[in-house]
Design a protein around this ligand. Sequence first.
Ligand code: DAK
Length: 257
Amino acid sequence: MAYQHIIVTKEQGYAIAQLNRPDVLNALNMKLMAELVEALEALDKDEDVRCVIITGNEKAFAAGADIKEMADASAMDMLVRDMFARWDRIRKIKKPIIAAVSGFALGGGCELSMTCDIIIASETAKFGQPEINIGVMPGAGGTQRLTRAVGKAKAMEIVLTGKMISAQEALQWGLINKIVPVEYYLQEAKDLAKEIASKPPMAVRLAKEAVLKAFDTTIEAGLEYERKNFYLLFASDDQKEGMKAFVDKRKPEWKGR
Ligand code: DAK
């Protein structure tokens, strides 16, 4: 499928969706977001794909939503564009998504990375929610996901000052998983994607679902949800295969069923 603002490539077991508006630091306009959501939903249904990487380029993951596209919008325009619905669809992707971030991940770019399940950053990555500097505030999860990731004190500092934080700070504060030299950040994400793709897909899917549940439920309801997913996996061929292979001292062969 040909897209205008993203490049989708498929490798053995995983796929990469690269944001591709380099002239504007991958600013997320409506067309790019529509293409990204469409691509992610197609990859979610593709049985050959077990993990997805979203990346940008060395200079920018994404410098936020496209300010030029929003500048003259009225509240009604924003409502009618219904951008939230699109962002919500990313949250509903069942396969694991890794953000491979280098350079700027600001505003909607930072929010997009936080919507992913794992963030691998290059040493040059810079995260931030600078919306306050242009008269608004985060609108795609920045106040919620950032606060859950780094806690209230740091989230307040980032959201209220609009300052950027370095990859090192992001790592220390628990926002990202790992920092690697800029030459390797995509390779690191690919290695991780390959590793996840080698696991039983149904267990991966239900485990992702259960971890995400922790964000919007009580501990009691979350534990119950986890237990049900755990039981459900005993209905899968892969559970039988995984445990039998362990007992037989051989490598399991996953069917994804
Ligand atoms: N939008 C449009 N163009 C952008 C852009 C952006 N966010 N960021 C950069 N560009 C463009 C610049 O205008 C420039 O284009 P030309 O002037 O060459 O035509 C080109 O990219 C290169 O940028 P600079 O010349 O500024 O490059 P520098 O290295 O000097 O500076 C910078 C890099 C990242 C510090 C700077 O570009 C910058 O401050 N950019 C804006 C960052 C920002 O404020 N981001 C937050 C945007 S608001 C929602 C979903 C999402 C959102 C809201 C609602 N819903 C679901 C409802 C998200 C909102 C936002 O993200």
